[in-house]
Design a protein around this ligand. Structure first.
Ligand SMILES: [Zn+2]
Length: 352
């Protein structure tokens, strides 16, 4: 039974509702109060619904009062809820179940591994020079890892790559863990036409004893450029730009003769020592007094490889280069042992 709506009825309802709210001592009681007062068949809702039985003037007056009350009761409900929460927290603290004197637990922020940071820096430098980044398989065929890079089975250069062989395939189809990122030169040339300008990052594996400068797994970045009219000058200019991006704008580079079966001529590229930064010091542990630091191998792509990829070797030339990411990271950060990178010792890793 609903009483006729009137200003008195509104005041009465407010008194009752506020008293009931003050008596509600937990979340369940608050919810019961909300249903009984503001719910679909709650007292205030019914009062609002019955306004239609009044004449226009009374309806305006009582309607305004009832709507004001509705807003006020909603706010009162939230306030009561907050009050109960604060009281519960205070009770917990008082009872000792919550010790606010305990120090907080900071969330530790992770960071990228120093080799990953260096890899990204290397790739960013080449991306700015217009290189695309592509990746290749770590499990590779003898054909791509050796054969087509002009390293046949009886070639003495195979001694340079002690290999993890897998028990599948024979001859050129035999599977192995790639020893360098160079196989991707072949794979990419097989699938694309010049102009080619790619950087190939990835893990490589060598079956050898580890020491301060050798790991059984390392990351490399390979470069390959093939186009009309590519010369040694392009090779030197590109790598000089790279060396300056990584080691400082004042760096000079030097190329020295070297041998890799898949380039002709082959070079080793060195930057002047950024630790000595001037006349070489005999006791410098980075350049060992020579004033120069080797950072990668490079050379002009062997014409045989250009021809075997199906390109016109009279028309196209190219250069390739390869570097060890850990070696670059060691130089950049002054790390003296490559094994630190993969020992997972947080005291080491947190320094970067
Ligand atoms: Zn030096």
């Amino acid at each position: 039974m609903v009483a006729t709506p009137s200003p008195q009825r509104v005041s009465e309802l407010e008194r009752e509702a506020r008293a009931a709210l003050a008596a509600s001592a937990d979340e369940a009681a608050l919810e019961r109060w909300r249903t009984a007062t503001l719910g679909r068949s709650g007292t205030l809702t019914q009062l609002l619904r019955s306004l239609g039985t009044l004449d226009a003037t009374a309806r305006r007056e009582v309607g305004a009062a009832a709507n004001t009350l509705k807003n006020a009761l909603e706010a009162a409900l939230e306030a009561r809820r907050e009050q109960l929460r604060a009281a519960a927290l205070a009770a917990d603290v008082h009872a000792g179940t919550l010790d606010v004197t305990l120090p907080g637990r900071p969330r530790r922020r992770g960071a990228l591994h120093p080799v990953t940071q260096t890899l990204r820096e290397i790739l960013a430098a080449f991306t700015r020079m217009g290189f695309d980044t592509v990746e290749g398989p770590e499990v590779e065929l003898d054909e791509y890892n050796f054969e087509r890079l002009r390293i046949p089975a009886d070639h003495p250069a195979r001694d340079m790559w002690d290999t993890f062989w897998l028990d599948e395939g024979e001859g050129a189809a035999r599977l192995l863990l790639r020893t360098h990122t160079s196989p991707m030169q072949i794979r990419y040339m097989d699938a694309h036409q010049p102009p080619i300008r790619i950087a190939v990052p990835g893990r490589c594996y060598r079956y050898e004893a580890t020491d301060a400068t050798h790991e059984w797994m390392m990351q490399q970045v390979e470069l390959l450029v093939v186009d009309e009219g590519v010369s040694m000058a392009d090779l030197k200019g590109t790598l000089q730009e790279f060396a300056r991006a990584l080691f400082g704008p004042e760096r000079r580079v030097m190329m020295r003769n070297s041998y890799f079966p898949f380039v002709e001529p082959g070079v080793e590229l060195a930057v002047d020592c950024f630790v000595c930064d001037g006349p070489p010091r005999p006791d410098c542990s980075v350049c060992r007094g020579s004033g120069w630091i080797e950072i990668m191998g490079a050379g002009m792509v062997h014409p045989e490889m250009i021809a075997r990829a199906g390109y016109d070797a009279q028309r196209y030339t190219g250069f390739a280069a390869g570097m060890g990411v850990e070696r670059i990271a060691m130089l950049k950060y002054g790390v003296d042992d490559i094994r630190h990178f993969y020992a997972n010792d947080l005291r080491f890793l947190r320094q970067f």
